[in-house]
Design a protein around this ligand. Structure first.
Ligand SMILES: *Cc1c(COP(=O)(O)O)cnc(C)c1O
Length: 231
């Protein structure tokens, strides 16, 4: 397993570099987030020993167990799961990033609960760009207003936008959704913001996401292999 993870990471990094070069971007502008949900501690340790330090988790209980067990390693943890109001304190206390903020209520709670000893919590607003009824996130039309509200919260650092577009194998559609998110960020920035993060692209659509301006790709399967449950 350890060896597979190392090889997969090398491959993905290579693909990121190639995609960036092909569209005139610098590979250092794209962060690889390793999505380790449902995978064991040993898989994370293997990735770390291959140089990976940013990890994404969806399920809070599972994540906190891992964060505690790996406390001696200098890892950065990103929460990418659905936020529940009664879990915001644990998120605020244990993570460096939250990609899935879609309401002022959750943002406000994370702000109030962020421990003073920790740095500001990095935030992405999750946008339901494809208006998929099964996906959470704010609609594009409401994003600027939420950005304005979040920017008033001193313990949060609003970094950018995130999306999980509806599953489709139609590459033209995939590209459209990513482009819409990038355009929305441009629009928000033209209203006085300087957002620097577009969290978009997963194992199946990473290349297109990079071509459309992604700065964080969230990759699970292509690094750690298929998940048994909780896709
Ligand atoms: C699981 C998950 C990923 C990783 O998906 P893969 O297709 O396995 O790369 C990325 N982002 C989010 C929000 C996820 O829940």
């Amino acid at each position: 397993m350890t060896n597979d993870i190392k090889i997969n990471l090398q491959k993905i990094r290579q693909q990121i570099t190639e995609s960036c070069t092909a569209c005139g971007r610098s590979a250092s502008d794209v962060m690889l987030l390793a999505v380790s949900k449902t995978k064991p501690i040993e898989a994370i340790e293997a990735a770390y020993s291959a140089g990976q330090i940013h990890f994404g988790e969806n399920y809070l209980q599972e994540a906190i167990a891992k964060i505690n067990q790996l406390g001696q390693l200098p890892l950065h943890w990103h929460f990418i799961g659905r936020i529940q109001s009664n879990k915001t304190r644990a998120i605020a206390e244990n993570f460096d990033w939250v990609h899935t903020v879609a309401s002022y209520k959750h943002a406000h709670r994370l702000n109030d609960q962020r421990p003073p000893a920790l740095a500001e919590l990095n935030i992405c607003i999750q946008v339901n760009i494809s208006k998929d009824p099964d996906k959470s996130g704010v609609v594009a039309e409401d994003t600027l207003q939420l950005a304005r509200q979040i920017s008033q919260l001193p313990r949060l650092k609003l970094r950018g936008l995130m999306t999980i577009p509806e599953a489709t194998s139609d590459q033209h559609k995939q590209r459209q959704f990513f482009r819409q998110l990038a355009d929305l960020q441009d629009k928000i920035n033209s209203n006085g913001f300087s957002l620097d993060t577009l969290s978009m692209g997963m194992s199946g659509d990473m290349k297109i996401a990079i071509e459309e301006g992604s700065t964080i790709v969230r990759i699970g399967t292509a690094i750690f292999g298929k998940r048994d449950m909780n896709p």
